[in-house]
Design a binder for this molecule. Structure first.
Ligand code: MCN
Length: 794
């Protein structure tokens, strides 16, 4: 019986290779290549007066040194602003190498190419850059005062300002609804900066083929096709002369969607100029100070509600710290503001954000992308309402839920892709019921009281979220069945550890009726599939999954058509089982797919006995027909694209039980439970793995991770010695249950799952700490010293 089909918890086939050291990451490639290294700004804000490279020129093994003045044509222009938005009136991006002004510590100023990385770093150390230090702008609230400017031509450091207002059905504004509600609350939330911290940093390796006048670039990227377009545009090459391949990628978590990174265009440019292979692999400090951060926001909330805790009006004002540049536009605060409402119906809603420049590392999306901040806001609101009214926290949430019969549900907002934000399916009351059962919500008060009798402090918290996933515009899949019966699947988006080799194989095996082990999958290689968007926004399963299914259906139809001629049967009576086409109910009337693949090509190469025998079926063809009918193509292959009308909305609910130490304020998560709904599950084990990883990352955001800048714009904790991330020892066993409400929007009924785990964790942990301590927690993360201060009234 065929196993490993859609819905089965198949083990990840890529893991054996990856965990036994056979993965090929960027820095495993190009052993003999020259190395690039960068002189980066030590100042947060400064004018470059002079760059003196003379001492570096004496370094044995130095090949080239470049500053902005050396960059030709479009390479000398600022990097692209990838997602413009009308509200982003003052979008700014960096030059690949700084031109006159540096705007954050870590900005690249000089590029050095040398025989190896040691020599390149030695040369960097000998380059003298004279700076005139300018006033650094640090801290979003000070920056918003606009006394000192990050960009001279951006008054108030205000990059963007956007208001979205959804009045009540009867036309009442959010302000009015809050002002006239029976009860009101106002509060402020502080969310610190964190960052994607893939264990493998960014990296690029480029080779120029002088004969073919083409570039082959390997990049540790989430978006190989976009990197290709960007390199082609910046270097003035036709895209057909640039191939970009994502090798194994050791995590991305958002930071590797930016395209191109300065290094990603500079290294290929120098490779062509010098006609040499060149590689750059980011080190950890570079990752801290020259890639991207996220999360940092200050949020003010006004909420009005009735006696049952129903939200009648909600006003949220967000100050978003955008760092020095906006390569990804204002996507993060847009996501916060539009997905903040979660699974709830709110009478009237108004959200306003200001996106503020500071002399810190730029902001681009990090797993969850603005949603953890939004969920923190909404879930803190729910908890505060419950506390105010003296109600159970789950009861208040349930009072506000969108009900199962109300889908599709239009929140009246515009999603980040410019389309209306309409939830497609879900069952929030059932999720909450399952979660309460899983964590033992109703039994907790007794456990808490028993612990208290022993002098222990336990607390429980809950948090809900809805996540728009599977954003367009499209993704494609190509499927080929070869004459050995193997199935080759390719899709253009890349993989960073999500298990795509396994799940896409499961989809193809199911659609085509072939054993899983017969299917191989290639992702992220523009030589194999040149049209793609990329892996981010929990979109691969929905987008490439459906595209591959559609391509398989085309191939299946062709296979059945060819087999029906061979078997002299109606194609509608045919089935494919274990790679063999047979007449339903008559397994002996059959033909292997391998043979069908041979028949699909009028030029019949048959290398094995079985296929050779099958070629006799050629004799049944009409002698008056050409060997290949008009419109027909040789081979058993096809490709298709999937383009959704709008995003599909996954959802979930988490609960945690924490214990806080009365003496040391240490915070321990004892239990963590998740109910998750990503529609039909392709592989429950992989989804659980994604949720576990996400929750672990969320625990980092809830308890440990923050970028600490001083008033000079120096990042004080730019190393793994100082920037705390949770180890496995800090992560409890994560209990997971799935609810499957299929999406009506796509053929497979799936929704995304890749970011879900991270989204509500800070809200849940804060709520649990509050419950344990009887304090208010309005910040994320919260460390033992923060808790200590809160206890002291700080
Ligand atoms: N899946 C499934 N059934 C569903 C939905 C998803 O079996 N109904 C499977 C998918 O087939 C896929 C995985 O779950 O193997 C995640 O699917 P999806 O939600 O489509 O997310 P993507 O594959 O698009 O991955 C992107 C997402 C994001 S946005 C970040 S950030 C993130 C994440 O994935 N970065 C990761 N998970 C990561 N995991 C690893 N190991 N490394 C990263 O950098």
């Amino acid at each position: 019986m065929t196993t490993g089909l859609f819905g089965e918890p198949v083990r990840r086939r890529e893991d054996a290779r990856l965990v036994t050291g056979r993965g090929r990451y960027l820095d495993d490639l190009g052993a003999g290549a020259l190395a690039a290294a960068f002189v980066r700004s030590p100042h947060a804000h400064a004018r470059i007066l002079d760059v003196d490279v003379s001492a570096a020129l004496d370094v044995d093994g130095l090949v080239a040194v470049y500053t902005w003045e050396d960059l030709p044509g479009r390479l000398a222009e600022p990097l692209p602003l990838l997602i413009p938005h009308p509200a982003l009136t003052h979008g700014r991006t960096a030059y690949p190498l700084a031109r006159e002004i540096v705007r954050h510590v870590g900005e690249p100023v000089v590029m050095v190419v040398a025989r190896d990385r040691y020599l390149a770093e030695d040369a960097c150390a000998l380059i003298r850059v004279d700076y005139e230090i300018l006033k650094p702008v640090v801290g979003v609230e000070q920056a918003a005062e606009g006394v000192n400017l990050v960009h001279d031509d951006v008054p108030g450091n205000l990059g963007a300002h956007l208001v979205q207002e959804v009045p009540s059905p009867s036309g009442v504004s959010a302000r009015q609804a809050v002002d006239t509600a029976p009860h009101r609350l106002e509060f402020r939330l502080d969310i610190e900066r964190s960052a994607s911290m893939p264990l493998e940093g960014r990296g690029v390796y480029a080779r120029w083929d002088a004969d073919d006048q083409s570039l082959r670039v390997h990049s540790s990227t989430q978006t190989s096709t976009s990197v290709r377009m960007a390199i082609a545009a910046k270097l003035g090459l036709p895209p057909t002369k640039v191939e970009v391949i994502a090798p194994d990628v050791g995590g991305g978590f958002g930071v590797k969607i930016v395209h191109p990174w300065p290094e990603e265009v500079l290294v290929p440019w120098a490779a062509r100029l010098l006609n040499r292979e060149i590689k750059w692999a980011e080190d950890r400090r570079e990752h801290f100070v020259s890639s991207a951060h996220e999360r940092g926001q200050v949020q003010h909330v006004r909420a009005g509600f009735d006696d049952d805790g129903r939200l009648l009006g909600l006003e949220v004002t967000i100050l978003h710290d955008h760092g020095a540049y906006t390569p990804y536009g204002i996507i993060v605060p847009i996501i916060t503001s539009t997905q903040l409402l979660g699974p709830y119906k709110v009478g009237a809603y108004r959200v306003e954000f200001s996106s503020i420049y500071t002399n810190t590392v730029q902001v681009t999306p990090y797993r969850g992308a603005g949603r953890p901040q939004g969920v923190f806001c909404m879930e803190r609101t729910m908890d505060k309402i419950a506390a105010y009214l003296g109600k159970d926290r789950t009861e208040v949430r349930a009072a506000n839920f969108i009900q199962p019969g109300e889908f599709p549900y239009d929140q009246g907002l515009t999603f980040q892709d410019g389309r209306p934000l309409i939830y497609d399916s879900g069952d929030y009351p059932e999720s909450l019921r399952m979660l309460k059962e899983l964590i033992g919500w109703d039994d907790f008060p007794a456990a808490k009281a028993a612990a208290a009798a022993e002098g222990r402090r336990l607390g429980i918290g809950v948090g809900c979220y809805v996540e728009g996933t599977g954003v367009g515009p499209y993704e494609g899949g190509h499927v080929q069945i070869t004459s050995d019966g193997r199935v080759h699947v390719s899709t253009g988006l890349t993989s960073q550890g999500q298990g795509h080799e396994t799940v896409f194989a499961q989809i193809a095996a199911t659609e085509l009726g072939v054993p899983l082990e017969k299917v191989s999958v290639v992702t992220g290689d523009t030589r194999r599939f040149g049209y793609a968007v990329g892996t981010f926004a929990s979109r691969a399963a929905v987008m490439s999954g459906n595209a591959i299914a559609l391509a398989c259906r085309k191939v299946r139809e062709k296979a059945l058509r060819i087999a029906s001629e061979a078997l002299e049967a109606d194609p509608r009576d045919l089935e494919i089982t274990d790679g063999v086409v047979h007449v339903a109910g008559a397994p002996s009337a059959s033909i292997p797919l391998a043979t069908v693949a041979v028949l699909a090509n009028p030029l019949r190469y048959a290398f094995d006995e079985e296929s050779r025998r099958a070629t006799q079926f050629a004799g049944t063809a009409d002698p008056d027909r050409p060997p290949m009918d008009e419109g027909e193509e040789p081979g058993l292959e096809g490709r298709d694209f999937y383009s959704p009308v709008r995003s599909t909305f996954a959802s979930g609910m988490h609960a945690a039980i924490v214990e806080t130490d009365p003496d040391t304020a240490e915070i321990r998560i004892l239990r963590y439970a998740v109910v998750h709904d990503c529609g039909r599950l392709i592989n429950p084990m992989i989804v659980e793995g994604q949720i576990h990883g996400g929750v672990a990352q969320g625990v980092g955001g809830a308890l440990y991770e923050k970028m600490v800048y001083d008033e000079h714009g120096q990042l004080l904790n730019a190393s793994f010695m100082d920037f705390l991330m949770p180890y496995a020892t800090e992560i409890p066993r994560i209990e997971t249950a799935h609810l499957e409400t299929p999406s009506p929007l796509n053929p497979l009924g799936i929704k995304g799952a890749g970011e879900a785990g991270v989204i509500p964790v800070s809200a849940v942990v804060a709520a649990a700490i509050e419950d344990a301590e009887g304090l208010t927690v309005d910040r994320m993360p919260i460390s033992p010293s923060d808790l200590w201060e809160l206890r002291r009234g700080g």
